[in-house]
Design a binder for this molecule. Sequence first.
Ligand SMILES: [Zn+2]
Length: 296
Amino acid sequence: MNWLTNFVRPKLRALVARKETPETLWLKCPKCEQMLFMRDWEANQEVCSHCDHHMRQQPLKRLPHLFDEGRYELHPLPRVTADPLKFRDTKRYDARLKEAQSKAQGTTDALLVASGPMGGRIAIVALLDFGFMGGSMGTAVGEGLVMAADLAVVRKAPLIVFSASGGARMQEGILSLMQLTRTTIAVRKVKEAGLPYVVVLTDPTTGGVSASFAMLGDVHIAEPDAIIGFAGPRVIQDTIRQELPAGFQRSEYLLEHGMVDAVVHRHELRETLIRLTSLFMDPVVPEDRGLAVAVR
Ligand SMILES: [Zn+2]
């Protein structure tokens, strides 16, 4: 057995590792199928340089592009009871959760909350992570969003949410559905405090998340060609028994039909968010200018 673990296994690993190198240097655009050099693609914020296709981006990769000089602070999600229903399908829910947590970066569930300066003004940003169990909303995501909303109110800052989700987390049953009302109340508090709440809809935003806080923004921005809707097109087509129009449930279609306010390229998101939040709020007064006015 020692021979197997000490000699054969490392040899096999080395073989597999060597094979991985060319694959991690290049990737194929799923839309135009052109090859993209990984480093260029990352520098281009994971947008295809040939066809402008916006690929799904991890929250942690987005953050440096949003805040001034890429400076921000992460806020850990509140602790919640893991697996309250002791749910099991093909796998135990707590095992599934642990596996997702071991792969997740900067967070313990499908939401990441950060704060930092954006155009000289502190902003609270909450981003759903589709890579974490399909960005599904369970108690932890609900709690995280409530925390983000509270932070916005306390710090008198705008709340910006990036949505990417398949919906409620079915492994938490009714508890995940309760998050629809909780998050709705949370964003309501931000609005009642007179603070802007902006949603950036990214690919895909569906199910319970689109039926709650993701569709309640003061302004809705969508990334190009993102799927946004409640139920999938196949379910709708089977129910109404009619052919659906081209581009149905895509950002541009929703813009045409008044469901979103703007479709914005990823490269222009930061500037757009700064411009939008400044329209809703008092101008930022640099500290020295504020003093000068007070002295006069
Ligand atoms: Zn492409």
